[in-house]
Design a protein around this ligand. Structure first.
Ligand code: HEM
Length: 226
């Protein structure tokens, strides 16, 4: 690991997300939002003309939904193959859920409301990000599977096609709730500037990393000295 100082010469930064992790994140965000809004047009079934209009009507929304579904499926698969090691490290960290993650979740409501709280040392992903990873990934996989069943109903048994509609809608609501919370915490929440920079440019200030992800920061420092 090397310290990066190219943005502000006096400020030390460390690498947080690789290019493929960032590409997967933003590719997923864009396709998810387009799928959400075109999906809402289909869901509201001729009651939301103003939104249908943006996508070229109800048929246009259906077409964009299907095209985006393909990108939504391919982007994570390509990034996973391109950066298998990063993917394994992410899930190892997510399932490495210890008492500091529980402590984090207990103090999280105060942090969420903008209070300054002492965070117990967190690994690369804090307790909330670990929960978000599990809930969002599970929801997105179920949305995709149910979506393909709805797309090709002739290929699947009728009972699966019937189950696919409520599955698609319920997990759409769960994933959208998570996306709203995640979006707020990553952009508007006080102190979030550095985390969005990490996902945009790939690096974060060392000082921020030490405060928010002490366990991860210490490990990075140790490996940089080896
Ligand atoms: C691989 C991903 C996906 C596939 C293959 C897929 C496929 C489909 C298909 C085939 C339909 C029915 C369209 C029609 O009736 O013309 C549909 C509806 C819908 N989709 Fe998706 N979709 C995917 C992802 C998403 C995502 C990420 C969201 C939102 C977060 C979403 C939200 C919706 C909604 C709200 C509907 C309307 C459901 C209803 O009428 O009950 N979809 N989707």
């Amino acid at each position: 690991m090397e310290l990066i100082t190219k943005y502000e010469p006096d400020v030390e930064r460390i690498e947080r997300f690789s290019f493929s992790a960032r590409f997967a994140h933003w590719g997923h965000t864009v396709t998810f939002l387009l799928l959400l809004f075109t999906g809402l047009v289909l869901f509201m079934d001729s009651r939301w003309d103003f939104l249908a209009f943006i996508f070229g009507g109800y048929r246009g929304a259906g077409l964009i939904h299907r095209i985006m579904a393909v990108f939504y499926t391919i982007i994570p698969i390509v990034c996973l193959v391109a950066n298998w090691r990063g993917f394994v490290d992410w899930w190892k960290d997510v399932f490495n859920f210890g008492k500091n993650d529980i402590k984090f979740l207990l103090t999280f409501p105060l942090e969420f409301m903008g209070f300054h709280v002492n965070i117990p040392p967190q690994t690369k992903f804090n307790g909330g990000e670990k929960m978000n990873s599990v809930v969002t990934t599970t929801s997105c996989i179920l949305i995709a599977i149910s979506g393909y069943i709805m797309w090709f109903p002739q290929v699947f048994p009728t009972v699966l096609v019937r189950l696919a509609y409520p599955t698609h809608d319920i997990f759409m609501i769960i994933a959208t709730t998570m996306v709203c919370m995640h979006g707020y915490l990553g952009s508007l929440h006080p102190g979030s500037g550095e985390s969005i920079w990490g996902m945009w440019k790939g690096t974060v200030k060392s000082e921020w990393a030490e405060h928010h992800h002490k366990a991860w920061y210490d490990k990075q420092m140790e490996s940089s000295q080896e």
